[in-house]
Write a protein that binds this ligand. Structure first.
Ligand SMILES: Cc1cc2nc3c(=O)[nH]c(=O)nc-3n(C[C@H](O)[C@H](O)[C@H](O)COP(=O)(O)O)c2cc1C
Length: 93
């Protein structure tokens, strides 16, 4: 889950990726990922940032991103559930 801050991902998530990039590069290459971004109006930069990082790590997009602006509704929660289930199913051997 990503929160959009100043047209970017949060500093905490960026720090996380900074610290795991080299240690996890070989071990996680080719693994599936799902992206849920929440913001108030514009999640474009956060999505671009995560796509760049995950491309660098060699991760595979498992499903369409779920992008939510404002208060999440019932359909948004359902889409998040589907996203999580799809990533989990793709992680199974
Ligand atoms: C400093 C700051 C910068 C933000 N920048 C953006 C932004 O660029 N785009 C956007 O859609 N929302 C932006 N937001 C809104 C946050 O993404 C939104 O409030 C957050 O996802 C809500 O999560 P929470 O209620 O769990 O804290 C910003 C919020 C803060 C506090």
């Amino acid at each position: 889950m990503v929160k959009a801050y100043f047209i970017q991902v949060s500093g905490a998530l960026k720090t996380f990726f900074d610290s795991v990039f080299y240690p996890c590069l070989d071990a996680t290459k080719g693994r599936p990922y799902g992206l849920y971004v929440h913001g108030n109006n514009d999640t474009t930069g956060a999505v671009r940032s995560v796509e760049g990082i995950t491309k660098g790590m060699g991760w595979e997009k498992a499903a369409d991103h779920v992008l939510v602006a404002g208060e999440p509704g019932k359909d948004d929660l359902r889409a998040c559930w589907e996203l999580g289930a799809t990533v989990a199913a793709n992680l199974m051997p």
